[in-house]
Design a protein. Structure first.
Length: 334
């Protein structure tokens, strides 16, 4: 393989690494915050789910991400490399400040910015929906916008049902609830791996096609394993700054809150993966936590923290698009 393709693939795996310690923290935030698991045990659970998810969920999301860029082969490698570098930089900045921003938004923003510099609007597949599935940038953005709302609503409904069923339960019910949290946390970790790892799988496959190493968009097994491994290694580094924000900064969760917020978020993310919608685990999980807390007592939600998270989400796309555009000439010199 040519040097630029190899370097871009390595950058994609590095993006997965940062995604692991940045976004994977969300899948275990409630588990740790409610003291259902020790941090080290929760990390092992998250790592296992993130490794298995990409291998069993399919490649619908990878197909969607791989179709964003419509550039000649040489420009594709440059644009993807610039986009990935921009997304990594944004992940590191927001992780440092403990802000649960979206790696998905960061990658899409970087791809759009770099592709616009490469070829103008024609370098981006804007898309929409085809056969009921998201396609191109518009389809991805619609999925990214709707999924947090679905997460908040799903978790609020589940919390309403759960608290009514458990209103007369005594403290001895805490044990079974905490054990059930392990199941929903594992499902959430698996759903995260199944959705987020596919984003790097998609861009790596796109790079292989651009480099002439593949003739059609079919994700090789080694790409799945490499993406899953990078995400898992990143998860092993933890993301405790973000765990504190999601698990304790929004509102003080009980074990039952943790159970329903994890279950609702996992359901939304798995559903999105099956239809090929790249969603943000960060957005869905955080929105689910807000929905769970607001259903009980809205005044107990720390809305200042929620606002800070919202600002980070809003600025991610334009900032990474700008970074991707700025980095395009740098990658073009490689």
């Amino acid at each position: 393989m040519e040097v630029a393709v190899l370097l871009a693939i390595a950058t994609a795996l590095a993006f997965d690494l940062t995604n692991g310690f940045h976004d994977s923290a969300n899948s275990i935030a409630a588990l740790v915050a409610t003291r259902a698991a020790r941090p080290e045990h929760a990390l092992i659970l998250a790592a296992a789910g993130n490794f298995v998810g990409p291998l069993i969920v399919g490649t619908a999301v990878a197909d969607t991400v791989g179709g964003v860029v419509t550039l000649p082969a040489s420009a594709t490698v440059t644009a993807v490399g610039a986009a990935l570098t921009a997304a990594i930089a944004w992940n590191l900045v927001t992780w440092w400040f403990g802000l649960p921003s979206s790696s998905s938004h960061a990658l899409v923003g970087g791809l759009v910015g770099a592709s616009l510099i490469a070829a103008g609007p024609s370098g981006v597949h804007w898309g929409g929906f085809a056969d009921g599935r998201p396609s191109g940038v518009v389809g991805i953005l619609v999925g990214l916008a709707i999924s947090p709302l679905l997460g908040a609503v799903a978790c609020a409904l589940l919390a309403t049902i759960a608290w009514r069923l458990m209103r007369r339960a005594r403290r001895r019910a805490l044990g079974p609830v905490r054990r059930a949290e392990w199941v929903t946390a594992a499902t959430l970790a698996l759903s995260h791996g199944g959705n987020d790892a596919q984003k790097s799988m998609g861009v790596i496959t796109l790079l292989l096609i651009a480099g002439g190493h593949l003739t059609e968009f079919t994700v090789p097994l080694w790409v799945k394993l490499a993406a899953a491994t990078s995400l898992t290694v990143g998860t092993a580094f933890g993301g405790w700054r973000i765990v504190r924000t999601v698990g304790r900064g929004v509102f003080r969760m009980t074990p039952l809150d943790g159970l329903v917020s994890q279950a609702g978020a996992a359901g939304v993310i798995l559903g999105a993966s099956l239809v090929g919608a790249p969603v943000s685990t960060t957005h869905v999980v955080a929105a689910g936590v807000v929905g769970t807390g607001a259903q009980r007592r809205a005044r107990h939600v720390h809305w200042k923290v929620v606002t800070e998270m919202g600002v980070a989400w809003v600025v991610t796309l334009p900032m990474t698009a700008l970074l991707g555009a700025m980095l395009f000439p740098v990658w073009g010199a490689i």
